[in-house]
Every structure is written in C-alpha cells, then in structure tokens.
Design a protein around this ligand. Structure first.
Ligand code: SF4
Length: 889
C-alpha cells in the first residue's frame, strides 16, 4: 500500500487509524495509538462502501435537480424569513456525531453566535448525553479522565451496559489480548442480556433493566462498611460523600434484580482489586435515569481514589467516531464551544467577543426529543438535518417522521437517500468518508486527522463549506470566510485557549498557529495541549491529584436514589434495543458491504425459549411487535441470551432495507431529566406470531427493494456477494407466481422470456409441489446464467441460502438450483460467522468436527477469528456446544 493515506475509521468511538487507497484497499494503521493496526469487521470492509450507487450527487429542491446557488439561496432566504418573522428559536439544526469537528464547529458557531439560538442538537444526545451530564455533575466539566491503556493495565475491567465485543470491537480485542497475557486479570459484565462480551467473562451480572444504580449503591455501601475508602483522597478532593453514602445505604440492593450472592461476588472482586476500570456505554446512558447511573459509578471510583491513575477509573466510551468532537465544539444544545457554559455570562461574552458575532444564545436550546416535539407543535419553522436519519433513529420514530413532514421548510444534507431525506424540501449532497478532510476525537480524547483520498463525486461539498455558504448568504460572510478545514481548526484551537484561561479542561491552543502543512501532517494526540505548556495531567490522565473543574477544585459525589423496579404490564415484554456486530446505525454505509450483510441478514427479535414456547413460536417464525400506534415485523431468534419476559431487537433496519423493520417507532423514549437522553433500551411491546399466507426468499444480481406493506406482512433486503437477497411474507396467495417473482426481483417479461422495454429479460423455470405448497422459480438469461431466483412456501423457506444466492450470475441448470440444496461438489458454507474472511457456520462446524478444540485451532483451520476477533465469542460458544454434545453422546 505505497500510496495509502492515513485516515480514521468513520464508525465507532474507538477511533481506529486506517490506511486507505483510492482503489478501496483498507488496512489498520500500525502507528495509530488507538488500534495499532487492528480493525474490526466494519472497518475492514470500508473499501466495499465507497462506491457511488445511491449517492446524492446534486442538490435538489422539491425533488428536482437544482443548482447549488438556487438551493443555497433558498435555504438562506427561508431561514432568514423564519428568524425575522418568528425569532431565532423558530429554527433548528439537528446534526450528527458523523460530522468532522470542523463541520461541527461551523454549525455551532452559525446557530449559537449568529442566528442567536441554541437550537442545535446532535444525535450524540441519543448516545452519551448522560455521560456528559454525569461528568459535569461530578467533575465540573465533561472530562474523560483516563486512556485506552488503562483498560490493559487494569486488574479488573467492569463492562457496564456495554457490549464492547460487538460495539467497540478493537477495544475488546485489546482487552482480550491483555487478559491472555495476564490470566489473573478479571472481567465482569453487567448487562440484562448475555451479550457476546459476557460469553468469556469471569462474572456476568444479568441485572434487571435499570437496576444499575441499586447495584452501584450496594457497592458504595459495602466499600464504606469494609473500610475500603480512600479517606485522604476524599478529604482533599471530594465533596458530598456523606449524602451519597446515606443514599446508598438507604437503597435496596434487591432492586438490581441480582441475588445477594451475586452482589457479594461483585463487591468482593471490585473492592479486592485496586486497579479497576469501569467502562460504560449505552446500557447505562440510554435510560430515563442515565445520569444517576453514571454518577453512581463515578461515586465508587471517587470514594476509593481510583481515578486518573494507571489502570483505574470510570470510562465512558462513545458510540460515534466524533461524538467527542461534537462535545468539544458545543454540538449539544446545552453547551457552548470548548466546554464553556451557556448559562455563564463570562463564558458567553468571551465566545461572542472571539467570534465578533452580533449576538449569542443566552439559554440552552431544545434537546433532540424536545426539538422534534417542537416541530410537531409548529414551533420550528425551518429545520436543517445534517448527516443523520432521525426518522429511523429517534424514539417514537413514526411521530418524528410526521413532525419533520410538518415543518414548513426542511433541509437535509447527507451522502445518500434515507427515510429522512424523503421528507426534505431541499436536499444537499455532502462529502462522505474518504472524500472529506478534518479532525475527529475518539473516546480517550485523542484527536486524529480524517484525510481525503478520493475526489469529490458529482457536485457534493464539504459540510463546513455548505454551512459557510449559507451563513454568507445570511449576511455573515466575513465570519465564515474559511479557506479550508485547517483554517477552522486554528480558530477552534485559539478559542480553546480562551476556554483554558477561563478554567476549562479542553485547551488545544498550542495548535492555534499551525500551518496548513503542519495540519496536514498532524499525528494523533490526546488533549489537552495548552499554549502555556502547563498540563493538568498526571501521566496522561486527569484527576489523580484532584484538580477538578468545579469552582472549588473539588469533585462531587451525588446522592443517588435508584428507580423502583417497573415490571412490564401483563402480556407485554420489556423491549431492549441495540446494535449488532457488523452493521452501523441505519446501514446507509455498512449496508453496502456484501460481507457485512451475511452475519445477521434480517431484522430480528431475540426471545427466551420459555416465552417462545408459551406463544407456540418456532425458530424462524416471523412475529409482529406492537407498542402505542406502531408495529414492526421481525424474524424471531429464540435464545437464552435474553431472560424470560425480555426481548431484544437491533435498531439498524430502516424503510429502505425492511418493510416494517424499524424498531424505534415502538420505543416511547422518556428522557433523563438531567441529560435529556431518551430511554431507548426501555420500551415494552406486545408480541404475536405474524400470520402470513406464504413466505418467500429471492435473490438477484440487481438491487432489490423491500416489498410494500399493503401486500407483504414482512420484507427485508440485504446485499450479498453476488447481488441482493430478499426475505418476505405475503398476505395473500398470488394468482401468478412468476409475475410475483418478477415483481419482487424487479424483472419484467413472461414465462417465455419476453421482457418490457426497461427491464432485463429472463427465461423463467418453475417447479411446484401443490401438496406441500412449495413454489420455486429461477430466471436465466440467454447465456444460461442465473439472473434471479424465488422460493415460496407456506412456512419460512428452508433453503441453503448462502449456496442459492451464491449461484446468481453463474451457469447452473434450472433443475439443480430449483432443488434448493448444494450438490456435493459445491458445499454450502452456511451463514457467515467471520465477516472478515467470510467463513460460514458449516465450514466452522466441519473444522470443529475435524478436531479444532479452541478458537486458535479454528483460526488455523479456517482463518475465522484471526483478524478483528469480533466473532471469537461466537466461535468459543460453538466449540463449547460441540463439547457438550459430545459429552452427552
Ligand atoms: Fe472502526 Fe471497528 Fe475501529 Fe470502531 S473498532 S473505529 S468500527 S475499525
């Protein structure tokens, strides 16, 4: 990779360094301190996502192509008009942790300093706003005390509400390697669900949903009872201990949902181990009590002085690659730039003077959930959604889609069409990963360069430039006359120097005068980096010797009262939502990668076998979930990973990939009163078998779309190595199966191969078994290559899918493909387990039968698990199951 460019992965908050070439070759950057050359399956598949299919390449006004001038003039005029007529708070921006820091900075400056409202919020509100609020309450600033190295130096790592193995796989790999090097190192996982991260843990605590604070309070009370407090640290650096302890003693440990033995085992491990890192994520944050949970965790670390020292500390890991950058520039509606506070007059004056702006917001703006509620209420007259898909990702997403549709003027900037772009009056094409340039900050405060290595496609432009062009049209051209991201970075760094002078933690003013060349060559570094050279860090970490950011320099312990347990009403299940290993957000990027689609190819819901039996559900059935006014149709996955009465569904599927696969419309999403973060993991839903007249599977070389809900009860499409595949369930038996197959496959023509003018021809072969209700159709082109196939049955189709879809584009006889089974000379690899090397379940099981007794041996035999390692927990489970079966025989 001689011409490779050093850049960063655009997905999760680990912030891995990537080497990438224009031909789409991608490798982990061996010199990047976040990953040292590692990549997970998503990062390794980045090269498969850079094609231009489905990209937005031109501005559109009212669904028609428009010039940039016409589109930008209209945006500026409509925002201007709304502000003049209804005031600055009548407009809003909803932005994203996918933005680069420079883009984020410009958006925040425009809204808070020039429009004069704080109505800019980010989808990071859904991810880690509770951590921000918890940090600010405890530390006086949104400071992450430690670094990734602490995870390797710890003797005990507690994963609280974090499926690190799937959601931050490279960090999990670092943890896994550290445990292998030091087998005495322990891992505890706190999660209602037995996630992949819990598979190899020393202790899995399957707490009741929202039972976290009760557990951490029990630990705090036990720390005090055993005399394990760090009295000196508490005396010198902490306030609020007595009240926090009194609240902890008053709370009922049983509210955690754990037995006394489980709580005692956890307390023994935690108290008995000095080097402890508690790493937490969405399971803690996405709750109506998220901020309290964060502070309950931090309380225990402050009480024992286990913070800011090697191998110790609370550690919030962020979902998106630049959630931290958004926090730094004030991308949240309740923060000013550079960790300054909107409510602080001195902070506001400093920022306004620095920006030389005509105004400055004087109060926090609308947080995400409130912002879309304000849209429903007609309070927002002009809305700009940048690089995010709220019509899928927000709680009550159906209501959010209606809210966006109700706004008189909506602009959406994005790289591709989404459920949200369908609601826009103006569409603006933005640059994507590989095309844009700037900086990002990962979960350990490390700022890295994102570098372009591809030309801008069509008329797509950088977000900072689009925002600056609108600002100029609104009369503020001088303040937004940037000549590139380096220019914006220097301004941001200079402003951070003012913040540092005002006693804030975020200060990178040492970089305020770097040249364009130095910016281009910038190596990853952790902030702060003040111009004075006076760092508040001890060995790269905050707070080992106090130095908190409350006015008195002391930290605060908070008195936490855990919520009372709230069992789901009879007939309803507790609905937990989350993420899967190989997809990212609403699949707008990872959905383009064939290999990432093969691990879990359909929207699904996990359910305990006991509940499945009670509802007479079989593996592979499709179920209908309902809550409030919304429903979803998902494949049921019966597993004891979830507990009875609880179900889990991933949030990735949208209207573009599934007929009714969006889960967040079912989540009511009450918000945390401090952080405003919605409780995305805490819905309830009814669940029943989905009755369908027939079930189908189809595959083709050309793009497939989810079928319409009017005639299909279920549908899901995914990329495959040979094209696309589709799962569906029809409401009525069709009159003409071939016509149905052609419609699903986007083909036209008749059984003898006559095609319409705009569709590819295909000669249909059909096999029917009326007694069993089976129908199989194959389409071949003139060269006898398989163009498409369609299988239907009265029950979910039983078929070697990997084999069948893998024949698309090949010469295979109709009789052979219609048999639906892989012939002996074409073995079916089965469902993909290892996405990095595309190793299927059948291949892995064969290797286990042939004598592979551990993950390393499986790796040698099949290559599975030898790259990112995210499939290792699944490999180990397969090996363990094989052992159990062998023992039982
Ligand atoms: Fe990207 Fe994976 Fe690294 Fe996250 S862990 S930054 S998704 S390569």
């Amino acid at each position: 990779m001689t011409d490779a460019v050093c850049t960063s992965c655009p997905y999760c908050g680990v912030g891995c360094g990537v080497l990438a070439t224009t031909t789409g070759e991608v490798r982990g950057d061996p010199d990047h301190p976040a990953n040292f050359g590692r990549l997970c399956s998503k990062g390794a598949a980045l090269g498969e996502t850079i094609g231009l299919e489905e990209r937005l390449l031109h501005p559109e006004v009212g669904s028609r192509r428009a010039s940039w001038d016409a589109a930008l003039d209209l945006v500026a005029a409509r925002f201007d008009e709304a502000i003049r007529t209804h005031g600055p708070d009548s407009v809003a921006f909803y932005v994203s942790g996918q933005l680069l820091t420079e883009d984020y900075y410009v958006a925040n400056k425009l809204m808070k300093g020039f429009i004069g409202s704080a109505n800019i919020d980010t989808n990071s509100r859904l991810c880690m706003a509770s951590s921000v609020a918890g940090h600010k309450r405890a530390f006086g600033a949104d400071t992450v005390p430690g670094t990734y190295e602490d995870i390797e130096l710890a003797d005990l790592v507690v994963l609280a509400g974090s499926n690190l193995a799937w959601c931050h796989p490279v960090l999990f790999q670092r943890l896994d390697e550290a445990r292998k090097a030091r087998p005495e190192m322990k891992l505890v996982v706190i999660d209602p669900r037995r996630s992949a991260s819990a598979e190899g843990a020393d202790l899995h605590l399957a707490i009741r949903p929202d039972g976290d604070a009760a557990l951490w309070n029990a630990l705090l009370a036990e720390i005090a009872r055993r005399g394990a407090l760090d009295e000196g640290y508490l005396r010198r650096h902490v306030q609020g201990f007595d009240d926090a302890l009194a609240a902890a003693r008053a709370s009922d440990p049983a509210a955690s949902g754990l037995s006394a033995e489980e709580i005692a085992a956890f307390c023994n491990m935690w108290i008995g181990t000095r080097r402890v890192v508690t790493l937490y994520s969405q399971g803690v944050n996405q709750s109506a009590h998220g901020t309290d949970k964060v502070n309950a965790i931090i309380n225990c670390h402050l009480a024992t002085g286990r913070i800011g020292r090697p191998g110790m500390g609370p550690f919030s890991v962020t979902g998106q690659h630049n959630a931290m950058g958004g926090r730094e520039v004030g991308g949240l509606a309740n923060m000013l730039a550079c960790h300054l506070d909107i409510e602080n007059g001195a902070h506001r004056d400093a920022v306004r003077n620095f920006w030389q702006s005509p105004t400055i917001c004087t109060r926090p703006g609308l947080k995400a959930v409130d912002l879309f509620r304000a849209c429903t209420e007609g309070k927002i007259r002009a809305l700009w959604v940048i690089c995010t898909n709220p019509a899928v990702s927000l709680p009550r997403a159906d209501a959010v889609a209606r809210a966006i549709a109700a706004v008189p003027f909506t602009v959406v900037s994005d790289i591709t069409r989404t459920d949200t772009t369908a609601l826009a009056d103006v569409l603006l094409p933005a640059l994507a990963w590989g095309e844009k340039s700037g900086t990002v900050t990962n979960s350990e405060r490390r700022i890295s360069r994102m570098r372009a290595f591809l030309p801008a496609p069509g008329e797509a432009r950088a977000d900072w430039r689009i925002l600056s062009d609108v600002a100029a049209r609104m009369g503020w051209g001088k303040a937004f006359s940037y000549d590139g991201p380096a220019d914006i970075f220097r301004e941001h760094a200079a402003l951070s120097g003012l913040a540092g002078a005002l006693g804030r933690d975020f200060d990178i003013s040492a970089l305020a005068r770097i040249s364009d060349g130095e910016y281009e060559a910038m190596k990853p570094f952790c902030w702060p980096r003040p111009a004075s050279g006076q760092s508040p860090l001890t060995a790269g970490r905050f707070f080992a010797e106090g130095g908190f950011y409350h006015p008195d320099g002391q930290a605060r312990m908070l008195a936490i009262t855990p919520p009372a347990p709230r069992p789901a009403a009879p007939g309803r299940f507790h609905l937990n939502t989350g993420r899967i290993r190989d997809q990212w957000h609403t699949m707008t990027r990872t959905g383009r990668s064939p290999r990432l689609g093969q691990h879990l190819a359909e929207p699904f819901v996990e359910m305990h076998p006991q509940d499945a039996t009670a509802l007479s559900l079989e593996p592979g059935d499709v179920v209908r979930l309902s809550a409030g006014e919304s429903t979803a149709a998902l494949r049921v996955l019966i597993t004891d990973r979830v507990r009875p009465g609880e179900i889990f569904a991933p949030m990735h599927w949208s209207g573009r990939t599934a007929t009714a696969g969006r889960i967040n419309p079912l989540v009511p999403g009450p918000t945390d009163p401090v952080s405003g973060q919605p409780a995305l993991k805490h819905g309830t839903a009814r669940l029943e078998r989905l009755e369908a007249a027939w079930f189908g599977f189809a595959a083709a070389a050309t793009p497939l779309a989810p079928p319409p809900e009017a005639t299909y009860a279920y549908g899901a499409v995914i990329r495959t190595p040979t094209g696309w595949s589709l799962e569906c369930a029809g409401r009525e038996i069709p009159q003409d199966w071939i016509a149905t197959a052609r419609a699903l496959l986007g083909m036209s023509g008749n059984a003898s191969g006559e095609a319409s003018a705009d569709m590819p021809a295909g000669t249909a072969s059909i096999a029917e078994d009326p007694a069993r209700g089976l129908v199989r159709v194959a389409f071949h082109d003139d060269a006898e290559r398989l163009q498409g196939l369609f299988f239907a049955a009265p029950h979910p189709v039983r078929l070697a899918r990997g084999f069948a879809a893998g024949q698309i584009g090949r010469r295979i006889a109709a009789a052979q493909i219609l048999a639906g089974r892989a012939p002996a000379d074409l073995p079916d690899p089965g469902r993909t387990v290892c996405a990095c090397f595309n190793v299927g379940l059948n291949t892995i099981c064969a290797a286990i039968r042939a004598g592979a007794t551990d993950a390393a041996a499986l790796g040698r035999a099949t290559a599975a698990g030898t790259n990112c390692g995210a499939c290792k927990p699944e490999l180990e489970t397969l090996i363990a199951n094989a052992r159990l079966r062998a023992a039982a025989e």
